[in-house]
Design a protein around this ligand. Structure first.
Ligand SMILES: NC(=O)c1ccc[n+]([C@@H]2O[C@H](COP(=O)([O-])OP(=O)(O)OC[C@H]3O[C@@H](n4cnc5c(N)ncnc54)[C@H](O)[C@@H]3O)[C@@H](O)[C@H]2O)c1
Length: 426
């Protein structure tokens, strides 16, 4: 196999066969992954909406920076016209622009090397697992699940990708943003000492919403109006605030132990999400971090992170106040648009045959956000172990319905609009 073939496939047979676990995983991966590859990265996009089209352009830009030719070879969207629209702009023939619930399967059956996944989050576990089993490298948008089983499915798919030598990079772009990378380094070097507390924020305005059209199927309606339904987005604590939760997880190096919080709904018109969540995350070792997120117009906004430590305080990517003025040498980090930089990192890792794998990080941040949502919806104290480990708790197997599989079976009944969770009632 030529060097470029190995680069494009991201599979070193030497590494791949290293462990018996990998041999087991190999049996699950499509043999197509070992076939001859083109002298370029073939890109496919699942989910041709705002972010999907943005990610596609970022990926092409990254190819130029890294010096690998890219070719968009297939697109897929629930709505075929959207796949065709994106494909047309990138020179993809219409027969490789797929629509419908199984469009991702059709795209994964092509010779695509790197798949960008930017659908609504509820489909992420299903699509990611299928992509890895088809032997594809993946860029996937955050968040990566809407319920605990989905989060754990992503962690498992990440492990499978490791065995198969496949890369997974997630759209938690702060991890590829120089200002955050520098702060992570400084905190790791003890700039503020041991973190004892903080606050994380995503307070902003309302997003868009869609009304159900006459005679429209429930499935189409939910796909179009996904930012209104918890079953599709995870609620905005998962869909947006996951970024800030991820920064806290990164800087603290561990997940929180438990969540207790409250939230409510006041101004939304459709779907069943809350408008705001406020949570005390008990991060263990005496550390508490207040998480707040709100989507209400004409309120004051803040999207950020703040940490207090034994030796200082800091915001997430600036405003460092070190009590003891410690000297810390910070390595160079590339100052580039993080939305492009995440694709640069993905491609470089494929080229070096050292596939980056961010599945666990983003899945854990998603699971923490889901834990927070369960806490605000129920009013109960929810422990992280209840979503990742304690199979006998109600939260462990909590699966949103309709599920991604229901969409594929054509068995979707939309939850009632404007009926939200009432804490203390279950
Ligand atoms: N990293 C970031 O800063 C960032 C910013 C915006 C959005 N996002 C994430 O990107 C994802 C997409 O968001 P968006 O703003 O592009 O939404 P969007 O509604 O504009 O696009 C989603 C697209 O996915 C398609 N789709 C839905 N279900 C599908 C399925 N089963 N198969 C194929 N296609 C399907 C829809 O038809 C739509 O075209 C979300 O997870 C969102 O949280 C991340």
């Amino acid at each position: 196999m030529s060097q470029m073939n190995r680069i494009v496939r991201g599979l070193s047979r030497r590494d791949f066969m290293k462990t018996s676990a990998a041999v087991g995983a190999a049996a699950m991966i499509s043999p197509g992954v070992f076939a001859a590859a083109p002298e370029k990265l073939r890109i496919g996009l699942i989910g041709c909406g705002g972010r999907g089209n943005g990610a596609l352009n970022d990926c092409i830009e990254a190819g130029k920076i890294v010096g690998i030719p890219t070719e968009v070879v297939a697109t897929a969207d629930w709505f075929k016209h959207k796949a065709v629209g994106t494909g047309r702009g990138k020179g993809v023939p219409e027969e490789r622009c797929f629509g419908g619930a199984d469009c991702y399967k059709k795209l994964l059956a092509t010779d695509v090397d790197v798949v960008l996944i930017a659908t609504s989050p509820n489909f992420r576990p299903l699509h990611l697992e299928a992509a890895i089993k088809a032997g594809k490298h993946v860029f996937m948008e955050k968040p990566v699940a809407v319920d605990p089983p989905g989060g754990r499915q992503v962690i498992a798919a990440g492990e499978l990708a490791k065995s198969a030598g496949l890369a997974i990079v997630a759209g938690t772009q702060r991890r590829h943003e120089a200002s955050y990378q520098k702060m992570a380094h400084r905190i790791g070097e003890g700039a503020i000492g041991t973190i004892l507390g903080g606050a994380i924020y995503w307070c902003g305005g309302a997003l868009w919403y869609q009304r159900k059209n006459q005679n429209e199927s429930d499935a189409d309606y939910m796909v179009r109006n996904w930012v209104s339904f918890t079953e599709m987005s995870g609620d905005h604590i998962v869909e947006q605030h996951v970024h800030n939760i991820d920064v806290a997880m990164w800087y603290l190096g561990r997940p929180p132990v438990a969540a207790l919080g409250f939230g409510g709904r006041a101004r939304r018109k459709t779907g069943n999400q809350f408008d705001f969540h406020s949570i005390d995350f008990d991060w263990g070792e005496g550390c508490h971090i207040h998480s707040m997120c709100r989507q209400i117009n004409s309120t004051d906004g803040r999207v950020s992170e703040y940490f207090t430590g034994t030796n200082g305080t800091t915001w997430g990517n600036g405003g460092l106040n070190m009590f003891n003025k410690k000297e810390i040498t910070v390595p160079d980090f590339e100052e580039r648009n993080p939305y492009v930089q995440e694709h640069v990192a993905l491609m470089r890792s494929i080229i070096a045959d050292k596939p980056l794998n961010e599945a666990k990080n983003v899945a854990e941040a998603t699971l923490v956000a889901i834990m927070g949502r369960i806490a605000t919806y129920t009013g109960k104290l929810v422990r992280y172990k209840d979503v990742v480990e304690n199979a006998n708790t109600p939260w462990y197997n909590l699966k949103c319905s309709p599920s991604a599989e229901d969409f594929e079976k054509g068995a979707v009944k939309a939850p009632a609009d404007d009926v939200a969770a009432i804490p203390g009632t279950d």
